[in-house]
Design a protein around this ligand. Structure first.
Ligand code: FAD
Length: 388
């Protein structure tokens, strides 16, 4: 009873704070690029309200509600976080900040970083002051990620890094990169990799945007030529970066899986299709309902895994299952919206936020963060324990 009372007063305080502090312009707005705040040194806010909303949330630790207060979070328990999310959803508040620092590097640092590293790197992530990108994939290392060839030569007080990354999302806009770098060529491939933190402004770091058929360039090739990386810019132990890399991927996969989940009270497919729902034929209507129920089940499953996880630990190998289900569902959902929209849905202005553009973007969901085929392999071996 006492706990319920505590939670009720927690909710009431939160509701009051959100009502008083969330600017009207930061309520609603969907997922268009304009509505998203990525933060970073060179971030240009889309409005004064976006800036104010980020600053107010960061001051309360609400950009990373479950991180410890000393590292920029609000120290919320999982139950408190759920209340926070539901109160944000109640007023349709925009996420004040999203970033690879929050979704990926932060959890890895919380688990593997030293206290000094946490104090140094986490608060700027929480305040949206530093934008991180992910330097994992290389031309010869995608699904076979442990095959990375970017090499860091030991020079005593630093590594001299040379090599190339590819598909580095927003590398041209990022301030820092967390990168997998081979630091021992003699060891087995999984045992010779270090997890290094590199400043994108360091001499020798260069990015070249990759232009897609749609005309936009969401990712880059990233080149390292004789880049000096000080020895303290490593997470975890030298040559044991694979452990950090895998742990980070479980958080990335869990995050991506959310694309297919429908939270109770979320924007249902029926609502999105409401203009045309009556005109849909019976088969399409049934498909839409099935997709909706699956998305709701996916949302509940995701919540269950988050509840089960130890504080901040994530879903482990089961994140592969969640990622597979979530991304395949999101693809189905967008296929259905395209079918229901008919030829009008093909209207295309090349921007994110239109139906055709969003549908094409979902094609990448089952590639980024590890492909569906690779997710199924992980599920069969590590979750179900089937023979290789
Ligand atoms: C939108 C987007 C954003 C991305 N952002 C980043 C980023 O920020 N940083 C980063 O480092 N990377 C990023 N990536 C890269 C992504 O991680 C890789 O594309 C992904 O891991 C697949 O690697 P690959 O493209 O080399 O394909 P490959 O590994 O060459 O795979 C090609 C095909 O072969 C299949 N295949 C390969 N091996 C197996 C196997 N053992 N069993 C069964 N099938 C197999 C795959 O499933 C796939 O269908 C991004 C990708 C996308 C699409």
């Amino acid at each position: 009873m006492a706990d319920t009372q505590n939670m009720d007063s927690f909710r009431a305080e939160l509701r009051e704070w959100l009502e008083a502090n969330c600017p009207d312009e930061m309520r609603g707005g969907g997922v268009t690029e304009d509505a998203i705040c990525w933060g970073g040194k060179d971030w240009v806010f889309s409005s004064e309200a976006q800036k104010v909303w980020l600053e107010r949330c960061a001051a309360k630790g609400y950009t990373v509600p479950t991180w410890p207060v000393e590292y920029g979070g609000a120290g919320m328990t999982r139950d408190q976080e759920k209340v926070f999310m539901s109160e944000m959803a109640r007023i349709d508040a925009r996420t004040p900040l999203q970033s690879f620092g929050i979704w990926m590097l932060g959890p890895a640092l919380l688990h593997f970083g030293s206290h000094e590293q946490k104090l140094h790197y986490l608060p700027p992530i929480a305040r949206g002051e530093v934008r991180w990108c992910q330097g994992y994939s290389e031309p010869g290392a995608g699904s076979d990620l442990a095959n990375v060839q970017t090499f860091g030569e030991d020079k005593g007080d630093h590594w001299l890094v040379n090599g190339q990354k590819i598909w580095t999302s927003y590398a041209d806009k990022a301030d820092q990169i967390f990168a997998l770098v081979r630091t021992d060529r003699e060891a087995k491939k999984h045992l010779g990799i270090s997890f290094l933190l590199i400043d994108m402004e360091d001499p020798g770091v260069e990015t070249r945007p990759i232009k897609m058929i749609s005309g936009i360039s969401p990712f880059c090739e990233t080149f390292f030529t004789d880049v000096k990386v000080p020895k303290d810019r490593i997470v975890g132990t030298p040559n044991r970066g694979w452990d950090v890399a895998k742990y980070l991927l479980t958080h990335e996969r869990e995050m991506i899986s959310g694309s297919g989940a429908l939270e109770a009270g979320g924007r249902a497919l029926g609502a999105v299709l409401s203009d045309t729902l009556d005109e849909l034929d019976a088969t399409l209507k049934a498909d839409a309902m099935r997709c909706e129920i699956d998305a709701l089940a996916m949302g509940l499953t995701l919540e269950r895994y988050k509840d089960q996880a130890e504080a901040g630990q994530g879903a482990g190998d089961a994140s592969a299952m969640l990622k597979y289900m979530g991304t395949e569902l999101n693809k189905q959902r967008h296929e259905l919206m395209m079918t229901a929209g008919g030829s009008a849905a093909l209207e295309w202005d090349g921007e994110v936020g239109n139906r055709a553009g969003d549908w094409l973007r979902t094609k990448a969901n089952s590639i980024e963060g590890g492909t569906s085929e690779v997710m199924l392999s992980i599920v069969s071996r590590r979750v179900l324990g089937l023979p290789a």
